[in-house]
Design a protein around this ligand. Structure first.
Ligand SMILES: Nc1nc2c(ncn2[C@@H]2O[C@H](COP(=O)(O)OP(=O)(O)O)[C@@H](O)[C@H]2O)c(=O)[nH]1
Ligand SMILES: [Mg+2]
Length: 229
């Protein structure tokens, strides 16, 4: 008989406290008529590159800003600011995810009143960020081809809670020996309802379908603000 893997119960008190702040954030964002996107992935899957390409497509259409989460450095915020977009860096030190309080605190010095879209790039990690609601209305997970096709099955919570899964680095499919269709099928298995886009943030292939989808979501943001996460 196979041994049953041990399940560790999560710190419910911490999560309950986080949930209260997340609800307050969500109310504030809804009051401002703002679409807030929580962007998550493993380190290096291409979140910031995807953001840069997405911003280039949407700039001029919407008022947008970015909150960056990292353990150390403001390198990603600098990349976003280089595009002429307001960006605020949260450095978490040793904490492997953003939480709702960190976002609430950032809003004290980073006003979002005049925005249509706020994008929050979470700390690179496929586990902890899935459990911490930030008050977002849209959860987007980037999964790169180079990580291999089985990651959605190994990290199902992250994928199951996503509204959108972006399969990135399709330009590397041949070099990685990964079948993009197999990866997409694995995403679909753990996340039956998510919208899935296959793209390359580097070459631009497949980007238009994603940015058009996001553009529509921003336009219908009053509706999107009711998406439950
Ligand atoms: N070939 C290829 N490389 C990519 C793509 N997207 C990102 N990268 C590279 O992957 C590395 C990590 O990207 P980055 O955006 O910093 O990832 P993050 O840690 O998730 O924010 C960088 O060297 C990027 O240039 C892509 O679509 N194709
Ligand atoms: Mg990054």
């Amino acid at each position: 008989m196979q041994p049953v893997p041990e399940r560790i119960s999560v710190q419910t008190n911490v999560l309950n406290a986080n949930q209260q702040t997340a609800l307050a954030n969500r109310e504030l964002f809804a009051d401002r008529g703002l679409l807030v996107m929580n962007l998550m992935s493993a380190p290096g899957a291409g979140k910031t590159t995807l953001l840069e390409a997405t911003i280039k497509a949407l700039q001029g259409h919407f008022r947008l800003a970015v909150i960056e989460g990292d353990l150390q450095t403001d390198l990603d915020a600098q990349r976003i600011q280089a595009l002429g977009v307001r960006a605020h860096q949260i450095t978490t030190g040793t904490v492997c995810h953003l939480d709702a309080r960190m976002v609430a605190r950032a809003l004290d010095s980073f006003p979002v009143d005049d925005l249509d879209l706020l994008i929050i790039e979470n700390v690179g990690n496929l586990i902890c960020p899935a459990s911490f609601d930030l008050g977002e209305s849209l959860r987007v997970v980037v999964c790169s081809v180079a990580e291999g096709p089985e990651k959605p099955k190994k990290y199902p919570v992250m994928f199951n809670k996503a509204n959108v899964v972006l399969i990135n680095k399709i330009d590397l499919a041949d070099a990685s020996g990964v079948d993009v269709k197999e990866l997409a099928a694995n995403v679909r298995e753990v996340s039956p309802k998510a919208a899935i886009f296959e793209l390359s943030s580097r070459t631009g292939q497949g980007m238009a379908a994603w940015t058009q989808w996001l553009q529509q979501a921003v336009e219908m943001r009053a509706l999107a603000a009711t998406v439950s996460v």
